[in-house]
Design a protein around this ligand. Structure first.
Ligand SMILES: *[C@@H]1O[C@H](CO)[C@@H](O)[C@H](O)[C@H]1NC(C)=O
Ligand SMILES: *[C@@H]1O[C@H](CO)[C@@H](O)[C@H](O)[C@H]1NC(C)=O
Ligand SMILES: *[C@@H]1O[C@H](CO)[C@@H](O)[C@H](O)[C@H]1NC(C)=O
Ligand SMILES: *[C@@H]1O[C@H](CO)[C@@H](O)[C@H](O)[C@H]1NC(C)=O
Ligand SMILES: *[C@H]1O[C@@H](CO)[C@H](O)[C@@H](O)[C@@H]1NC(C)=O
Length: 587
């Protein structure tokens, strides 16, 4: 019964409390409760049911299902975010374009859905798309319309929409002209032909790409237009790769090889490299390569330093999909939006009345190696920082933990630098691991070793959303390995396995490697914690992992935050800055 009281003391409503109690004692989903007390659930508004997992500063609609971010842009003083939205429920379906605007990318004003099925060319759905700002500050959206439910998942075409009133900075009304669709599949697979990108301009043409596949070949088709209305398919795909599956939500943009500023999508130049990203339908991760744009052939060619395939670089090694970038002309940066789906069950999502969040927008730029990207939460987030806790030079021995107190640990921003005296104790990298599937190598090792197998240099890091007796916690940590030949390999994990006593949730041990020079004997970590999401950035954003977690005990005042070390090398918290993050005004 102790648990009952722990859980219930802070409870928003008795119902919330009963729901979590049922979870604890029966290890069953909320649905069990829902089944038995159907009436009770129905008479309560969504606002009262199971809202402990709603985020305080991550974007989400008031209720219902959300997936891909669409057409992010800046227009006349406002940032716009559109998103795939089901206005009728907490599961995927009835897709329209939800719409919100913001002055700072953190606080959002909700508007009416901007694009909804209404015409023959989008009657069965308005799926993902992108915005392009045409000369004269004229935004245009290109999106995928579903014209028939068959063949599954729907017959897809590309349409455009323009603002009804360019003087309205909210861009509330959009017109879908009758000369749509502007791009139709001819030889392409009609049910795998979607998600047009932002267009770029060169050689007298607008160009955009559409994601597709043929059998297992991922394909980005290139289309060209002089007037944005009449589009012609290029002879060669812009990029293609076999044995990979459908490319959803492709994204293509230039990136400066110097500095952290972003570039407008149409920028070409000597100091410019390019990023190509695809969301892989089969693995459900966003992969990117860094490469060149061959202007003669009008094709993208990844650098030989970028792995092009399932084992390639990911923006994020956790819950992160269908991302999209845009160029912010005000702060001259490129900003990345990504969707994090729920790791709870469908019936739990229905019971809580919502599903899906957008992660904090990230600034992206090229690492000085030129081989990978760096990502960092936009600086505007810092305006929500409240109470602060600082630590310096705290040493943690093997098996030790150190609790960070004095901030609101369920809505927090933690920035910490770990140091150690030597690399000598790093544990040996097991050569047998070469037999693990390469696209999931880091994740597998995080799962095999976790935090409970004690190591040499690591595991060390944070125990986020921890309950008082560590019945639940989400560790975010490093483990350093020594390979034959003396090279080191740094593993970064965000392990949802111990995060919740609820047995129904998806609790993966997400992981990625961090390409870092350890000569300074330092590793840094920043984590954004927000009730049911933990977004973690290793080494200034070289490797990022977002995890969705649903503790049953470690909620609100009952949650704790610890630093820990489970390796024989003593770890020093050289510096820790931690802040409570205030609740943003979101929709
Ligand atoms: C267009 O938007 C402006 C600014 O919001 C508004 O003043 C004007 O009335 C709108 N025009 C129409 C035709 O709705
Ligand atoms: C076309 O796409 C559909 C939907 O994913 C798939 O079932 C079908 O096999 C695809 N056809 C080819 C030739 O790839
Ligand atoms: C990779 O490409 C660079 C030039 O872009 C070239 O100098 C280098 O030899 C290539 N490496 C391999 C292994 O092909
Ligand atoms: C550290 O390792 C010990 C021994 O395996 C284990 O009991 C303990 O739970 C570990 N600590 C963490 C935070 O996982
Ligand atoms: C998010 O949910 C989990 C658990 O159901 C699935 O395993 C993932 O594939 C899914 N991710 C996406 C991008 O849909």
């Amino acid at each position: 019964m102790m648990r009952f009281f722990d859980t219930c003391l802070w409870s928003l409503t008795l119902l919330t409390c009963l729901l979590s109690t049922l979870n604890i004692f029966h290890g069953r989903g909320v649905m069990a409760f829902h089944d038995i007390h159907h009436k009770l659930y129905e008479t309560n508004s969504v606002e009262n049911v199971k809202q402990v997992y709603r985020t305080g500063y991550h974007f989400q609609p008031k209720k219902n299902w959300m997936n891909d971010p669409n057409a992010p842009m800046y227009y006349k003083g406002f940032y716009h975010l559109f998103y795939q939205y089901n206005p009728k429920g907490a599961v995927w379906g009835n897709i329209v374009w939800g719409h919100s605007v913001s002055k700072d990318l953190i606080n959002w004003i909700p508007l009416e859905p901007a694009i909804v099925p209404s015409k023959p060319f989008d009657r069965y759905g308005c799926w993902s798309g992108s915005a392009t700002i045409l000369p004269g500050d004229k935004p245009v959206i290109v999106y995928t319309g579903i014209i028939n439910e068959k063949p599954e998942p729907g017959h897809q075409v590309q349409n455009y929409a323009i603002p009804a009133n360019y003087s309205d900075p909210y861009l509330q009304k959009w017109i879908k002209p009758d000369n749509n669709p502007i791009i139709k599949p001819i030889h392409e697979n009609v049910s795998s032909f979607r998600d047009p990108t932002t267009a770029w301009f060169n050689n007298g043409h607008w160009k955009l790409i559409v994601g597709s596949k043929s059998d297992l070949r991922g394909i980005a088709y290139l289309y060209r237009s002089r007037d944005f209305i009449k589009w012609t398919k290029a002879k060669h795909p812009f990029h293609t790769k076999n044995d990979i599956g459908m490319w959803e939500c492709p994204d293509f943009y230039p990136i400066s090889s110097q500095g952290t500023n972003g570039l407008d999508t149409s920028t070409l130049g000597n100091d410019v490299k390019y990023v190509f990203k695809a969301s892989l339908d089969l693995t459900r991760f966003d992969y990117y390569t860094i490469g060149r744009y061959n202007l003669v052939k009008d094709i993208y060619v990844p650098d030989n330093t970028s792995v092009d395939g399932w084992a390639g670089l990911r923006y994020d090694y956790g819950n992160f999909y269908a991302s999209k970038t845009f160029f912010d002309p005000i702060k001259k940066r490129r900003i990345l939006w990504g969707w994090a789906n729920e790791s709870s069950t469908r019936s739990e999502d229905i019971a809580k009345g919502w599903s899906g969040i957008q992660l904090i927008p990230r600034k992206v730029w090229l690492d000085h190696s030129g081989h990978s990207l760096l990502q960092w939460p936009i600086m505007e987030l810092e305006s929500l920082r409240g109470q602060k806790k600082q630590l310096n030079n705290v040493k943690i021995k093997k098996g030790g933990t150190f609790e960070v107190k004095g901030i609101n640990v369920v809505q927090a921003d933690i920035d910490v630098t770990f140091t150690f005296l030597s690399l000598d104790k790093a544990e040996l990298y097991d050569e047998k691991w070469k037999d693990l599937p390469s696209e999931n190598l880091a994740k597998s090792i995080c799962g095999i070793r976790g935090t409970t197998v004690q190591g040499g240099l690591g595991p060390f890091g944070l125990l986020a959303l921890a309950s008082s007796k560590l019945e639940e916690y989400t560790p975010v940590f490093f483990r350093v390995f020594k390979k034959a030949g003396g090279k080191h390999k740094v593993l970064f994990c965000s392990d949802a396995t111990p995060s919740s006593l609820n047995k129904n949730e998806y609790k993966p041990s997400f992981g990625g490697f961090v390409d870092v020079d350890l000569r300074e004997k330092k590793l840094s970590l920043r984590s954004l914690i927000d009730h049911s999401v933990i977004e973690s950035f290793a080494e200034g954003g070289k490797t990022v992992i977002s995890s969705r977690v649903y503790p049953t005990l470690a909620i609100n005042e009952n949650a704790h935050l610890h630093l820990f070390n489970n390796g024989s090398e003593i770890i020093t918290i050289e510096r820790l800055n931690a802040w409570s993050i205030k609740t943003a005004h979101i929709n």
